[in-house]
Design a protein around this ligand. Structure first.
Ligand SMILES: C[S@@+](CC[C@H](N)C(=O)[O-])C[C@H]1O[C@@H](n2cnc3c(N)ncnc32)[C@H](O)[C@@H]1O
Length: 294
């Protein structure tokens, strides 16, 4: 072999080694890219347009979820600030199980989603989402309350159960205390109180009548009478003592919508919520008496 031939072979050898090195480096970056993509896959889900409650519900397949359209738009408004949070949710009323799946898809970082239904057929429901758990029994029974207590506290509680006033009231008194501070309690389908045999529009004992009384409770600080919180709510309590959750100022706000009532829990217990009067600025040509009121 001449020196020309041997240098040719060594050039080919070098090129082959460089080729192998090139393939190695390219594969390394390709694998790294794939792993990186996988790592951020959940972000892809987060930013698709289908992640509103409305979209998820509209495109729902499999188990049926049963909600009125105005609820969906409202839930998008209500839940969007906590959409990515590791929430704990409890829903009374599972039926076919679809709504629990929608919550699981919407709250992708939810820690747990628990449903409860009195219908024993719900025990057979199977969910791919391992965060979903169903308890079978009466939400207002001691047995279920004890089980739910072990799974709380909750960020969101939705009462989509029997829609009977006595059940709604009892569930609220049982489960509102299991909300975390600043948590949200939602009662769906409150229109049912207008439908016979429910008590109807002017009822003084319906669940809606009770929640209307709570609007006065929110403004307790400004009551100009000797009336007590107990007088306000005791007509609904069947002689039971007034729950501390109501007297201690945990009801932050109530929102009444067509067929939904939302009760928000305060961040802290306190009946004097209006805060400090803040009169700012220095010019008061129309009402100078506001100066110095701060
Ligand atoms: C309107 S459906 C629930 C629908 C479901 N949340 C959805 O959005 O698809 C009401 C369910 O509440 C259940 N229910 C009625 N009374 C109940 C109670 N006391 N405790 C638990 N579940 C109850 C019924 O069996 C029924 O399946």
């Amino acid at each position: 072999m001449t020196w020309i031939q041997s240098s040719l072979w060594s050039d080919i050898g070098k090129s082959f080694i460089f080729f192998l090195l090139g393939v190695g480096v390219a594969s390394y970056f390709a694998f790294a890219l794939l792993r990186w993509q996988k790592k951020f896959e959940h972000l892809k889900i987060k930013y698709t347009s289908k992640t509103t409650v409305s979209e998820l519900h509209r495109n729902k397949q499999g188990k049926i979820s049963d909600k009125w359209s105005s609820y969906l738009a409202y839930y998008d408004f209500l839940f969007s600030p906590i959409k990515g949070a590791p929430i704990n949710l409890f829903e009374i009323g599972v039926q076919n199980g679809g709504s629990l799946e929608v919550w699981g898809q919407y709250f992708e970082n939810a820690e747990a989603i628990t449903g409860c239904d009195i219908d024993e057929k719900c025990a057979a429901l199977k969910f791919d989402d391992r965060r979903i758990n169903v308890l079978v029994g009466d939400a207002n029974s001691q047995e279920i309350y004890d089980k739910v207590g072990e799974l709380g506290p909750f960020d969101i509680i939705i009462d989509d159960g029997s829609h009977r006033s006595d059940d709604i009231l009892q569930s609220f008194l049982l489960y509102f205390p299991l909300l975390k501070p600043s948590g949200i309690y939602i009662v769906e389908d409150t229109h049912a109180v207008y439908v016979p045999p429910s008590p109807g529009l002017k009822s003084k004992s319906s669940a809606l009548a009770f929640f209307k009384e709570l609007t006065d409770l929110v403004n307790f600080q400004f009551w100009q009478t000797e009336a007590t919180i107990s007088e306000l709510v005791s007509p609904f309590l069947d002689g039971k003592p007034i729950p501390q959750i109501l007297s201690d100022g945990w009801v932050e706000s109530l929102e009444f919508r067509n067929s939904i009532v939302t009760i928000r829990k305060s961040a802290t217990a306190d009946n004097n919520k209006v805060g400090i009067r803040q009169v700012v600025g220095s010019i008061a040509t129309v009402a100078p008496e506001v100066k110095g009121l701060a």
